[in-house]
Design a protein around this ligand. Structure first.
Ligand code: SAM
Length: 268
């Protein structure tokens, strides 16, 4: 590795395994779309990406920015690569999207903000695909299917906003320098563009999965009166003892819409 000390506070684990880099490139959609990379680091993945695509990369670390500027002088000159020195979450706060046109997000993410980044990308209208390296545990939470024990509010959100979400392959700690403490996975999401979910529904899901091993009706009792819950469960033929991970995304969506109607009726 170059003479750079990896900074823990920025979640820096540099991917050094060439075969993993190539597998990420193979999984990239073929369409001629710009790629957004979050955290180019020392530029190992960037080097592969710019061979095939125009790339916009967001990097927060000033020391890495100067390394990248000299490493990619030609690509920066020819505008094949655009390097933006900022915290990507701040960029998302300031502008609605990380890129003006449609793009694919391909990155080895900083793990300390990985969940947040994926949720932002899912709600970024211009983002078409998300192909990211993250902790295996988090990848499972986004890609699990109903009835699997990892099925979570994140999986419900991912399912409602995408056409496909799955783990492509796992990557062991030895593939990085320094090695992270956990196993990693590449998560692949193909978005269903135009789909949205509102804040009220996200709050509803948060309540539904508040205590994931408890009964769903117990968790939802913080949001809805007992009688309304009973009627809803009967209407949708949901067993009284069902757990949060046993209900499908579309059923959650229907339950929420119906609960809103009951809420409105109660106000009148
Ligand atoms: N892409 C490189 C690779 O594969 O070796 C580095 C990946 S490393 C896991 C995460 C990268 O994200 C680091 O370069 C780090 O500085 C950068 N990073 C951390 N927090 C960030 C933030 N808030 N905004 C933009 N980049 C960030």
């Amino acid at each position: 590795m170059e003479n750079v000390k990896a900074k823990k506070k920025y979640g820096q684990n540099f991917l050094k395994d060439e075969s993993v880099l190539l597998k990420i490139i193979e999984s990239m959609p073929k369409a001629d779309r710009t790629v957004v990379e979050i955290g180019p680091g020392l530029g190992d993945l960037t080097k592969q990406l710019v061979k095939y695509k125009n790339v916009r990369a967001y990097e927060v670390d000033t020391d890495l920015i100067s390394i990248l500027q000299s490493k990619f002088a030609n690509e920066l000159d020819s505008k094949q690569l655009e390097l933006i020195h900022t915290d990507v979450l701040e960029a998302w706060d300031k502008q609605k999207s990380l890129y003006d046109g449609n793009y694919d997000l391909i990155a080895n993410l900083p793990y300390y903000i990985a969940t947040n980044i994926i949720l932002r990308a899912l709600e970024d209208d211009n983002c078409e695909h998300i192909i990211v390296m993250i902790q295996k545990e988090v990848a499972k939470k986004f890609s699990a299917k109903p009835k699997e024990k990892e099925y979570s509010s994140l999986a419900v959100i991912a399912e409602l906003l995408s056409k496909d979400s799955r783990i492509l392959f796992d990557v062991p700690p030895e593939s990085f320098d320094p090695p992270p403490k956990v196993m990693s996975s590449i998560l692949f999401i193909k978005k269903d563009l135009g789909k949205t979910i509102d804040k009220g529904f996200k709050d509803f899901l948060k309540a539904a999965f508040m205590q994931p091993r408890k009964k769903l009706n117990k968790n939802l009792s913080s949001k809805l009166p007992k009688e309304v819950l009973k009627t809803l469960f009967e209407e949708f033929d949901i067993a009284e003892n069902v757990r949060p991970h046993e209900v499908s995304a579309s059923l959650y969506s229907q339950l929420y819409k119906r609960a809103l109607i009951y809420g409105r009726n109660e106000e009148n």
